[in-house]
Design a protein around this ligand. Structure first.
Ligand code: HEM
Length: 566
């Protein structure tokens, strides 16, 4: 009995211990509060609106309908930039600093140290894990070095066939949509999903060497999963209560996400195993051929690229090659990179192509010049587009660049600072989120006079020389710029040229009437039809309109005028 009493006593803290624990807790709270107050005071010395509520900051001002949020932010920045070069907001207890000047953008993106992605990217982790887009530190450095050769010009050249093939399907699908529309006495078709399915087919074939045939079969499980998971990520980014993992797991969306992940990862894993088997056979054949013919080994990079480039390989094959039988990259490593390409390479290009079509369709004089250029390069032939053609389509390239200036596909990208950074003379403390807003940056009147005007000539010839190197960053810039930039511009050129060789476009919706949504990509609210998440289905209205006729009048009949929606 006594023994038991003593046992209990041993576990009871003495009064001294309680006093010490209380004392240290109070000291810790005081130190934390002092530090926090100094941090808040410091952040508040950087230009920004007052934070009306201590814990919520400016969150309530930003808690708006998604239809309004992007426009609100842009309008706010437009006013703010007249007075200050940087904008600080408080998102709850976290400060976020927005950049929209070339100098500020250079300070962030030009740094080799500030390469950590911001918190918002973590919702991509279930799908992409930590691939090139979401990784950091030594992992990112190693991967970037390893993946750069897979975007070599000679390898991209092989993809032109795929760009051509899928663009032709797009034209065929637009024709069918046009016919359906006539048959149902409609006057418009939503163009954006057609383009999105085309870019999905392209990235799937170039990244994995497999067809998902999104254009021919938009009921595909994989296609639906890609679209749905994109919606889930952007929903979580916009809704703070879905961000903590624990709360998210209680929401039905978590189940939907798991279903999508099973489909997406299952597909990539299956293709990976098939391609690895094909790779082994190819290697064995290559070895046999070499032994027979005693072929010399490659003497420089170009020869080496030549060697791995035949027959046409997808990015996945190049990763298998680079993995050195799993010693440098495991199957999981390869999967996260392929999934990253699938994510980064689809919506971004779909938005870029669609915006460019919309803008060209709004400016007849620009469209005339594009048509002239197309006639010059292709005459009356409807042959596929070659690399030589792509290099000649200079004015079309200016249109692509100017469309990306006005409507950059990635409306915002952010970093978490791993150390203090000095931007415009302000010390931005380590741990903060800093984001570049290309939409505003690209409208700096010093760099782009009359910034709202769609004028592709801004990019003609040497005109970009007079601009700050960080004034135009649709593909980001510095060490973490877009690895797929060349691929994207080549793809855009082929898709646009193919559509414009077949249709004449006329946009009916005025730019000032568009409602912009800045989610994973910048899109017009009523221009994209996404599959619903779970049971929620959103029916889209009809906003961005394109008036479509036959394009190259020299050799194609002019169809009855019709109207298409973007
Ligand atoms: C018009 C089309 C595209 C645009 C506007 C675009 C834009 C961007 C931007 C702004 C970033 C930086 C994001 C950040 O810092 O968080 C980025 C990164 C990246 N992009 Fe693209 N992109 C496009 C197409 C593509 C394509 C087609 C691919 C692949 C096939 C691709 C692959 C990547 C990857 C892997 C990264 C991460 C690079 C790194 O962190 O090292 N992108 N892209």
């Amino acid at each position: 009995m006594l023994d038991e009493h003593l046992k209990v006593d041993r576990w009871m803290p003495s009064t001294f211990t309680v006093w010490m624990a209380t004392f240290f807790t109070i000291v810790a709270i005081c130190v934390f509060t002092k530090k926090r107050l100094a941090f808040v005071e410091h952040c508040n010395s950087i230009p920004g609106p007052p934070a009306p509520l201590p814990l919520l900051g400016n969150a309530l001002e930003l808690l708006r309908d998604p239809d309004e949020l992007f426009q609100f932010l842009i309008d706010y920045l437009h006013e703010w930039r007249q007075h200050f070069p940087i904008l600080r907001f408080w998102l709850g207890p976290f400060p976020i600093f927005l950049l929209y000047t070339p100098e500020g953008t250079e300070a962030l993106l030009g740094s080799n140290k500030l390469i950590d992605k911001s918190r918002e990217y973590q919702y991509l982790h279930p799908w992409l894990n930590t691939g090139l887009l979401t990784s950091t530190g030594t992992k990112w450095h190693g991967r970037r070095k390893m993946l750069t050769p897979t975007f070599h010009f000679k390898i991209l050249e092989d993809f032109i066939d795929i760009f051509n093939k899928q663009s032709v399907v797009l034209v065929q699908k637009l024709r069918e949509a046009h016919q359906d529309m006539l048959a149902t006495n409609g006057d418009r078709v939503n163009l954006f999903p057609y383009v999105a399915r085309c870019t999905l087919d392209i990235i799937c074939e170039t990244a994995m060497g497999r067809h998902v045939d999104a254009q021919l079969n938009n009921d595909s499980e994989y296609v639906k999963a890609v679209c749905t998971i994109g919606r889930i990520v952007q929903t979580r980014q916009a809704q703070p209560w879905l961000q903590p993992e624990l709360l998210f797991q209680c929401h039905p969306m978590a189940k939907t996400q798991q279903k999508c992940l099973d489909i997406l990862h299952g597909f990539t894993d299956k293709v990976l195993q098939e391609r690895k088997a094909e790779h082994r056979i190819r290697k064995a054949e290559e070895l046999a051929r070499k032994e027979n013919k005693n072929l010399p080994s490659p003497s420089n990079v170009d020869d080496a690229v030549d060697l791995i480039k035949k027959p046409r390989l997808a990015f996945l094959d190049l990763l298998i090659e680079a993995s050195q039988d799993g010693t440098l990259l495991s199957d999981l490593d390869i999967r996260e990179e392929v999934d990253t390409f699938m994510f980064e390479g689809q919506d971004t290009t779909a938005a870029a192509v669609s915006w460019c079509l919309y803008l060209i369709g709004s400016h007849p004089e620009v469209q005339d010049r594009v048509s002239e250029e197309l006639n010059l390069v292709f005459g009356t032939s409807d042959r596929p587009i070659t690399m030589a053609d792509i290099l000649q389509l200079k004015y079309l390239e200016c249109c692509i660049k100017e469309a990306l200036r006005l409507y950059p596909s990635v409306a915002m990208y952010g970093r978490t600072l791993s150390e203090d950074a000095i931007i415009h003379g302000y010390v931005i403390p380590a741990g903060s989120t800093v984001a570049v807003i290309p939409y505003s940056l690209h409208r700096d009147p010093q760099q782009f006079p009359d910034p709202e005007c769609f004028n592709p000539d801004r990019f003609w010839g040497d005109s970009k020389r007079s601009r700050h190197p960080y004034a135009y960053v649709p593909f980001s810039a510095g060490p973490r710029n877009c690895i797929g930039q060349k691929y994207a511009v080549m793809e855009e050129k082929v898709v646009l040229a193919t559509v414009l060789r077949n249709f004449h476009l006329e946009s009916l919706e005025k730019r000032e009437d568009l409602i912009l949504i800045g989610e994973l990509v910048l899109r017009p609210r009523d221009g994209v039809q996404n599959p619903p998440i779970g049971n929620r289905s959103r029916l889209k209205g009809k906003r961005l309109l394109l008036f479509v006729r036959s394009a190259v009048t020299a050799y194609k009949e002019i169809n009855r005028p019709t109207v298409m929606e973007l």
